[in-house]
Design a protein around this ligand. Structure first.
Ligand code: AMP
Length: 308
């Protein structure tokens, strides 16, 4: 089944202690869409400015993405800059220039309105509600948000949460959303607010999936080669929902596998600047890393009878 993503398409600037990139292709919808494109067909709704290079559009189209909902508006593309220190789990936002994104009012093309899987990337909850008003009762709606919206538009966000099935956020967002420092208690409170499944991403420390009948933990993959973690959360969401859309398997086993595929795509994303690692993966590499996660967490009970 196809998946519709609505969110930012950006030109990013990233600085790390080891190097950086300017004018790099980024944006939540881009990272999500590229990751999901390894599993299913992706329809993208977003906005770019007149400065957005054709080569970026070609790259997205080459991954089979349907760009029928990507509008080019007069002005400049959304630009975001971030700086990492030695700890890649922490980053400073250097600037957020909304440019054409400031007036983004997503119009879902008629051809995308019946799409059964929808991902609302991190945008104003008012716009997320407008998207939901335009689509015909999708089977699964996934959602991302951030502290900015949790603090500024809690009522709107509450209304969005009532209309989605899967929430994918990071641990600090989960705590803030629930107003509860204990992550497990926070997760249970969030499940009361609407979503059937909550996936809490914890950067290099992995992810947790919570549902009424599911508690699943994935470790972070110990990686020697972390270059740029920008977009890893969106790539995680793309792998997660892409797998679900392709398999249609919403059983607890399917959700566990989706959490691993999310971790796989998130980990690949970190291995190069911008989207570089997400454009030429092979299905074999993805499956191999899936197996790496399996091996990482595999253990067997002792054959001897218990401890003394
Ligand atoms: P992540 O590392 O998962 O937080 O995603 C980073 C991506 O999100 C970058 O490519 C940015 O262009 C994009 N981004 C940063 N800030 C925002 C924002 N306020 N709204 C939408 N997208 C954003």
């Amino acid at each position: 089944m196809a998946i519709l993503v609505v969110g930012s398409v950006a030109l990013d600037e990233v600085e790390t202690p080891f190097g950086g990139r300017k004018d790099a292709l980024g944006g939540a919808a881009v990272y999500f869409g590229l990751a999901a494109s390894y599993f299913t067909s992706v329809q993208l709704v977003g906005v770019v400015g007149e400065d957005f290079a054709q080569e970026h559009l070609d790259l997205l189209a080459a991954r089979g993405m349907d760009l029928g909902g990507l509008v080019t508006a007069p002005g400049k593309t959304f630009r975001w800059g971030g700086r990492y220190g030695y700890d890649f789990n922490a980053r400073d936002t250097l600037y957020t220039d909304l440019n054409v994104f400031a007036d983004f009012d997503p119009t879902i093309p008629a051809a995308f309105r019946q799409t059964p899987y929808v991902f609302l990337a991190n945008i104003d909850p008012t716009l997320q509600l407008r998207v939901l008003d335009q689509v015909a009762s999708p089977e699964v709606v996934g959602l991302d948000t951030m502290n900015y919206w949790i603090e500024r538009t809690p009522e709107k966000l509450k209304r969005v949460l009532e209309r989605i099935q899967i929430l994918l956020i990071n641990d600090s967002e989960a705590r803030e959303l629930a107003g509860e420092p204990n992550l497990h208690k926070a997760a249970l409170a969030i499940l009361e607010a609407g979503p059937r499944l909550l996936v809490v991403k914890k950067g290099e420390h992995g992810a947790l999936a919570f549902a009424r009948d599911l508690l699943f933990a994935v470790p972070g993959l110990p990686m020697e080669n972390v270059v740029d973690p920008t977009g890893a959360g969106d790539a995680f969401a793309g792998g997660f929902l892409g797998y679900l859309a392709a398999s249609g398997d919403l059983s607890t086993e399917g959700l566990r596998r989706a959490t691993i595929y999310g971790s796989v795509l998130g980990s690949f994303c970190c291995e190069a600047y911008s989207v570089d690692r997400l454009v030429d993966l092979s299905r074999g590499e993805i499956e191999e890393r899936f197996e790496t996660f399996r091996e990482l967490t595999r253990f067997e009970a002792s054959r001897t009878a218990g401890t003394q």
